[in-house]
Design a protein around this ligand. Structure first.
Ligand code: FE2
Length: 325
């Protein structure tokens, strides 16, 4: 069985092709990026509309398959930026109708989790899904993925990008701040805001911005990143203690951060848990993860009528009954 998956929740328009053994036959993408930073929905839509035919064509070519070989078409149905999601949905519906293929809209965070689990070989992890728009601590329990803790304002990736924009680092700023992290020599105290199991990053961002020009940029960038990741790690540790899970899986674009990996590694070592890190190409937003979740859901018997394929901007992982587990 071969599935084609379309990802378009945010800045990336991605198309992946995977088979039943989770072999990634193609994982093509085109990402919208601006030096000034920020995602303007209208510009994002224009980008995705222009990118869609080319990226679909390229993915089929890379995988050396034709549409007749594809058995299921999957797409990110949510959560995400509405106009961007709609472009992916329209592209997927078009392929489904034109070639007579079944269509499945899948949950984006769960797609991150399932491909991460499969490629790293973990079984029942506590998942740290950290990206631009999302920061959630998720684990499977009694038929559903449960969200144990999450950001109440911005995603940790957006925090880094917003701060990076103030420093003129462009988008995405996360990798540049990650490099600055290891060159710093002084920690600057910034607001640390964990509320129960949830996180707030906006006060931290405001305080960091107010410190620009008053101390070295690299020390400030390090302190911002260290404070934010310590908050995420604290909540992850508490969720580990609560659930008794013995595996932690990092995924999402921020999973590529060496600083976050290092901090999580230390926490996991102290708790006798094992850390798994999703490889970068499959940790960032991509089409292959959508194809993989579409494939395993289809095999489990999930089906969708065309009228059910309406995008859901606020679609949560804990709304999905995991028929495939
Ligand atoms: Fe994502």
């Amino acid at each position: 069985m071969i599935c084609l998956g379309i990802e378009s929740t945010a800045h990336t328009f991605g198309v992946g092709v995977v088979d039943e053994k989770c072999r990634v036959l193609a994982n093509e993408k085109d990402s919208h990026s601006t030096e000034a930073g920020g995602l303007i929905p209208r510009e994002l839509t224009d980008h995705h509309v222009m990118a869609a035919p080319k990226v679909i064509e390229k993915a089929l070519q890379s995988a050396s398959v034709k549409m007749k070989d594809i058995e299921v078409v999957a797409f990110s149905i949510g959560p995400g930026i509405g106009p961007a999601l709609k472009v992916g949905a329209v592209a997927a519906r078009t392929l489904s109708l034109k070639y007579g293929k079944p269509l499945l809209g899948v949950n984006h965070p769960i797609a991150h989790i399932e491909i991460g689990k499969t490629v790293t070989g973990c079984n029942d992890p506590l998942v740290v899904y950290a990206s631009g728009g999302n920061t959630q601590i998720i684990g499977f329990d009694s038929g559903k993925y449960r969200v144990y803790g999450e950001t109440l304002d911005t995603g940790v990736g957006n925090l880094l990008d917003s701060f990076g924009r103030e420093l003129g680092l462009g988008f995405p700023a996360g990798p540049k701040i990650d490099a600055m992290y290891f060159k710093a020599n002084k920690f600057i105290e910034l607001p640390y805001s964990v509320k129960g199991m949830d996180l707030h990053f906006s006060g931290l961002l405001t305080a960091a911005k107010q410190n620009i020009g008053k101390c070295s940029e690299k020390n400030l960038a390090y302190s911002l990143m260290h404070t934010a990741f310590a908050m995420v790690t604290e909540v992850t540790e508490r969720a580990l203690a609560h659930t008794g899970k013995k595996e932690v899986l990092l995924t999402g674009g921020v999973a590529c951060s060496k600083a976050l990996q290092e901090m999580m590694e230390k926490m996991c070592y102290a708790r006798k848990a094992k850390l798994f890190v999703t490889p970068p190409a499959l940790a960032v937003d991509n089409g292959a993860m959508i194809a993989w979740l579409g494939l395993i859901q289809f095999k489990a018997g999930d089906r969708m009528k065309l009228e059910e394929t309406v995008v859901k901007q606020k679609f949560r992982a804990d709304q999905v009954v995991a028929t495939w587990i």
